[in-house]
Design a protein around this ligand. Structure first.
Ligand code: PMV
Length: 310
């Protein structure tokens, strides 16, 4: 066993969303998803030996039991201290579990001397938080659903896109209903869910081609459709459950208007915040227009996936 291990992992945001499981315990999704990896939203994690098991996030001690099952997947027998830092506001309603579990998985893999290859490691990270498995790769990452645990892994989609992200913080509070809970609720609505699955399968194959052809306008059309497809499954349960707020709607309107002039599009995860992707050549113009909305935002480039430091 090693003494001190450090790792870093970026967050990711899906253009083709993961939205439901075939196996809840192993976190095997009903279908493939595809994401872009966000360089400026990162978690750095270190692990060392300790007298007792301890877990600190941004310097604050949390309950180790919350991550015990995940740590056990790596066969770690000793007591350890885990220190994780997010370089972006943790309580800003931005998914930090993707970068967090990916960084932790990378560090545990090295610390326990498991030294799994990235594909196999992705099947363990998946069991922490599904979307975290995609943070191992970038700038474009795919999580293949598979039918067994070993077969449900992520991999690099080997193309690049000349895009930068603007992450609009439309609400910095934690969401009312977690994505796990919401997925479960949506899956009980068989007809709605079947429609989501059919359409998302279609979006996925179209998206692979659009990326291959570097067709930003088509990538944007599909990503926007796929985000609304997911949010519509929620609204069809009960419109009061909608994740959108008035700022979300403002950003959507603004991007739709700007799409007549510039290459850009948006996506929205299970929350109110909107992630806008802009062609680098249009970035300065688009940013100055977006500033007018007076909504706080972060900027990120696309990056490779997570890795062990040192
Ligand atoms: O990985 P989880 O359990 O936090 O679920 C993430 C679900 C979405 O963010 C809404 C979609 C996705 O593919 O990341």
């Amino acid at each position: 066993m090693s003494n001190l291990v450090r790792s870093v992992a970026p967050s990711n945001i899906a253009l083709i969303k993961y939205w439901g499981k075939k196996d809840k315990v192993l976190k095997i999704p009903t279908f493939n998803s595809l994401s872009l990896t966000l360089n400026e939203l990162r978690t750095e994690t270190s692990i060392c030996y300790s007298a007792t098991n301890q877990f600190f996030l941004n310097g604050q001690e949390l309950d180790f039991n919350d991550i015990q099952d995940f740590v056990s997947l790596f066969g770690c027998q000793e007591n350890i201290r885990i220190d994780s830092y997010n370089n972006f506001p943790t309580a800003a309603g931005l998914a930090s579990s993707a970068s967090g579990y990916c960084a932790l998985g990378l560090a545990l893999n090295k610390f326990s001397n498991l030294n799994l290859g990235r594909q196999q490691l992705s099947t363990l990270i998946r069991q922490g938080s599904g979307s975290a498995t995609r943070s191992l790769f970038g700038p474009i990452s795919i999580w293949k659903s598979g039918n067994t645990s070993a077969d449900s892994y992520s991999f690099l989609y080997p193309y690049s896109l000349n895009l930068k992200a603007i992450i609009m913080i439309c609400d910095s509070h934690q969401k009312k209903v977690s994505s796990t809970k919401m997925m479960e609720m949506v899956q009980t609505n068989k007809e709605v869910y079947r429609h989501w699955l059919n359409m998302t399968q279609r979006h996925y194959w179209l998206m692979l081609d659009a990326i291959k052809n570097n067709n930003i306008s088509l990538i944007g059309d599909i990503a926007i459709d796929n985000a609304h497809l997911m949010h519509n499954t929620v609204i069809s349960l009960d419109s009061n459950l909608s994740y959108f707020n008035s700022k979300t709607m403002e950003v959507i309107q603004c991007v739709k208007f700007l799409r007549n002039k510039y290459k850009l599009f948006y996506t929205i995860d299970a929350g109110p915040n909107v992630v806008i992707f802009v062609d680098n050549n249009n970035f300065d113009m688009v940013e100055s227009e977006i500033k007018e909305l007076n909504i706080p935002y972060l900027i990120s480039t696309l990056s490779n996936g997570g890795h062990v430091l040192d």
